[in-house]
Design a protein around this ligand. Structure first.
Ligand code: SAH
Length: 362
């Protein structure tokens, strides 16, 4: 007999197809999506509005299999980080919850390691092993909610999801998309599209596919205002240079009806942080609805960069603000537990050969 289907891999459309295939009515899909994702129930026997017959026959064809949380860390600032073990071979990813005054953001991983090799990122240093399945992506939200549920207060509510953990989400498009659909499905997590953000280092075809299929909020890891520097620190720029990337951003913004795109810019001392580059950035983004998010570089063991001092970051920001851009400097959260941007290192079973940017597939 075929292996049971892990129902966490299915968005509502695929769930309907699954039940029709079993000879059941399509509304069963909505019922079970609600049980799993809204009510956090994984035991078929507890799904009381399913017929007894269905409840007893489901385990032969289906299962609800979650990763296992092997470590939990809580920062002094309330940030929480979970290490999730995905499979028996030991592949792990990290997921981070960041509570703020008016929102709670969950930062989700999409790959075990990352193939893109951005020079300033700890995840890159561990190489790439594999894509996460849809189940493994959405399970991070399921498990985080389950963990935070015990507190039953506003400070522990997940209101936003960002695909800014480990990996490049647009290089795992086919598995990320159903997870995004579940996040934004009213019968599942019901998050507004602008509260779900996909962050990309610049996978241009993926940006266009996302625009066509599920135009959630887009963040682009820009990090440089010219190709010379970007080629060096974000190697995928050699495949999709700035002109192509920004053209894709414009198409995305147009399809989205003018919502801003967030441009992330990691501040690296002496590399991309002088005022001339801030002015170049203002010109570069002049005709794109853009918000800019400056990220002070977060160090990790063996890193070849340093964070500029506060004055330098502020001077850079002031030029962007004067240039007309809403610009924020990201607060570093959870750095005492290595949960800040670029510090995530899960566990990669076998250090696979890193793809060269030229060979990146999508
Ligand atoms: N691959 C995707 C999503 C993961 S990264 C992307 O590149 O957008 C999440 C953000 O953290 C990206 O903007 C990334 O460039 C940034 N980042 C990576 N390493 C960092 C570090 N050491 N300090 C600060 N930000 C970092």
């Amino acid at each position: 007999m075929a292996d049971p289907v892990n129902l966490l891999n299915l968005d509502r459309g695929s769930m309907q197809a699954f039940f029709e295939d079993m000879g059941e009515k399509p509304f069963r899909a909505t019922q079970i999506v609600k049980w799993i994702h809204q009510l956090g129930v994984t035991d078929f026997d507890a799904m009381t509005n399913l017929s007894k017959l269905l409840r007893s026959s489901l385990p032969e064809r289906a299962e609800i299999r979650l990763p296992v949380i092997t470590h939990t860390q809580t920062s002094v600032d309330g940030t929480q980080k979970w290490l999730m073990q995905l499979d028996a071979t030991g592949n792990c990813v990290e997921t981070v919850f960041i509570p703020e005054e008016n929102r709670g953001t969950l930062c989700i991983s999409s790959q075990v390691g990352c193939p893109l090799d951005c020079r300033f990122c700890a995840t890159a240093k561990q190489g790439f092993n594999r894509n996460l399945s849809t189940a493994e992506i959405i399970a991070q939200l399921w498990l985080a909610m389950d963990q935070l549920h015990q507190f039953r207060d506003k400070q522990h509510r997940i209101t936003n999801v960002v695909m800014m953990g480990m990996g490049e989400p647009l290089l795992n498009f086919d598995n990320v998309l159903p997870a995004l659909r579940l996040m934004t499905d009213d019968q599942a997590y019901g998050l507004a599209k602008r509260r779900v953000t996909v962050s990309t280092a610049g996978v241009v075809p993926g940006i266009d596919r996302l625009a066509q299929s599920c135009n959630v909020a887009l963040a682009v890891s820009l990090h440089a205002a010219n190709d010379e520097i970007r080629d060096r620190i974000v190697p995928i720029n050699r495949k999709y240079p700035l002109a192509e990337l920004l053209a894709a951003c414009k198409r995305y913004a147009k399809i989205q009806g003018g919502e801003s795109i967030t441009f992330e810019y990691v501040m690296l001392n002496g590399v991309n942080d002088d005022t001339a580059q801030a002015r170049q950035l203002v010109r570069l983004l002049a005709d794109i609805p853009a918000k800019i998010n400056l990220i002070p570089f977060n160090p990790f063991p063996g890193a070849e960069f340093h964070c500029p001092d506060r004055n330098r970051i502020d001077a850079f920001r002031d030029i962007l603000v004067k240039g007309g851009f809403v610009t924020t400097t990201r607060k570093t959260r959870g750095d005492d537990i290595a949960a800040a941007c670029g510090q995530l290192v899960g566990q990669v079973r076998a250090r696979a050969q890193r793809h060269q940017p030229e060979k990146v597939t999508h």
